[in-house]
Design a protein around this ligand. Structure first.
Ligand code: ADP
Length: 196
């Protein structure tokens, strides 16, 4: 049973690494950004509600995001653990998640922080906008998302550090090397796969 978060600025490579961690631990990745994008693409009620916010690179209101995560964590595949990507992102979300887990007698095992410098991140996001055409990967929206991250989400890192949960991993270099760093760091904390 492994309960993990992955955090880092937009473009740090969270999604790519999350898929690999999920596979290794046999747990689902729950990405709030992906859930919002799917709902926007499918033009659901939720999608219509959040489209303008997400396209502009602002944060969806906590109440909406918290409710969405609660529903997702209630699905059966999250019983055996999970990796949250892109949540929690605000102090209110951290408190909400902490309480939600506590109600179930659960706690987080670790928070993986991918560290990457600004220049590399901007380069990656420009490339992603060419590859995937995400509306929020326009230059203006990228810059805005970076600012929002620094203002809202970066301060949460100190909190995770104080709680002794933080694992900091260099996110630069080859994708496989970053994955190895993450797996090694998780091993060191005694977080192994069921089989190991
Ligand atoms: P990135 O990490 O590149 O910003 P994400 O896919 O994680 O991309 O998120 C895309 C967008 O979805 C965010 O800019 C925001 O509008 C919305 N979003 C995702 N997660 C949250 C969250 N936890 N709280 C509020 N808004 C969120």
């Amino acid at each position: 049973m492994t309960r993990l978060l992955i955090v880092g600025p937009p473009g740090a490579g969270k999604g790519t690494q999350a898929a690999r961690i999920s596979e290794r631990f046999g747990i689902p990745t729950i990405s709030t950004g992906d859930i919002f994008r799917t709902n926007i693409a499918d033009e659901t009620e939720l999608g219509k509600q959040v489209k303008a916010i997400v396209d502009a690179g602002d944060y969806v209101p906590d109440s909406l995001t918290n409710a969405l995560v609660t529903d997702r964590l209630n699905e059966a595949d999250a019983d055996g653990g999970f990796l949250l990507d892109g949540y929690p992102r605000t102090p209110d979300q951290v408190q909400y998640l902490t309480d939600l887990l506590a109600q179930r007698g659960h706690t987080l095992d670790a928070v993986i922080r991918l560290v990457a410098d600004q220049d590399e991140i901007v380069r990656r996001l420009r490339q992603r906008s060419l590859d995937q055409g995400r509306v929020d990967d326009s230059e203006e929206a990228i810059r805005h998302r970076q600012d929002v991250y620094i203002r809202e989400t970066a301060p949460l890192i100190d909190m995770f550090r104080e709680q002794g949960l933080l694992i900091e991993v260099d996110g630069l270099g080859a994708i496989d090397d970053v994955t190895t760093r993450i797996f090694d760091a998780l091993d060191e904390r005694g977080l192994r796969t069921a089989a190991a």
